[in-house]
Structure formats: C-alpha cells, structure tokens
Design a protein around this ligand. Structure first.
Ligand SMILES: [Cu+2]
Length: 112
C-alpha cells in the first residue's frame, strides 16, 4: 500500500511538471547561436541547436527589459539594446525562461 501511494504521488508530480512550462515551445530547432528578444515578449527562435563549446548570444531588441535564466542556473538581466552570452560546454537540452515574463517567454538550447 505505501508503494502504491508513492507511485501515485510520483505520477502526479510528472503531470504537474508537464502541465506547466514547455507548452509554448514549438517548431524545429534552428542551427544558430543568435537569439533575439523580439517584439513583443518572445525569444526568436525559441528552439536552437548548437555544438558543445559554442556560445549563445541573446540580444534584446524589444522595448522592455528581459532576462535569461537557464533552469538551475543564475538569472541574467538583459536591458533594451543589450546582449548576454552563455557558453554551453556539455551536451544536453537546456530549457530557459525570462523570469519577468515566464508565462510568455521560454526557449530551449539543444547542445550536441
Ligand atoms: Cu521578458
């Protein structure tokens, strides 16, 4: 009985995780290291694919301040007209959000 309860809780956790976040990202990954914060409130392209060791640069071309926060890493503010870069050394899929507009702004970096 305790085992059954545990698995039910685990399933609920998975469902909650699937329900929030990740829903806004669509389309194939673009092979580029440049992402813009485009007007209004979006990352363009939302999903990119790079090679390990490459550096991704986000440039804010919107009229508002945004941030880049990769899951499990620090949040970085990017003011209008400014850029911010992160070098990805390890292969994997990195989900990120703008913490100021996390409902609208999220993206993914796939590192091969
Ligand atoms: Cu934002």
């Amino acid at each position: 009985m305790p085992r059954l309860l545990l698995s039910a809780a685990a399933l609920a956790a998975v469902l909650v995780a699937a329900g929030c976040g990740g829903s806004g990202i669509s389309g194939p990954a673009e092979k580029t290291t440049k992402v813009t914060m485009a007007k209004s409130y979006r990352f363009d392209p939302e999903r990119i694919e790079i090679k390990a060791g490459q550096t991704v640069t986000w440039t804010n071309e919107d009229n508002f301040t945004h941030t880049v926060k990769v899951d499990g890493q620090d949040d970085h503010k990017v003011d209008r007209g400014e850029s911010f870069s992160i070098t990805f050394d390890k292969p994997g899929t990195y989900h990120y959000v703008c913490t100021l507009h996390s409902m609208d702004m999220e993206g993914e970096v796939i590192v091969d």
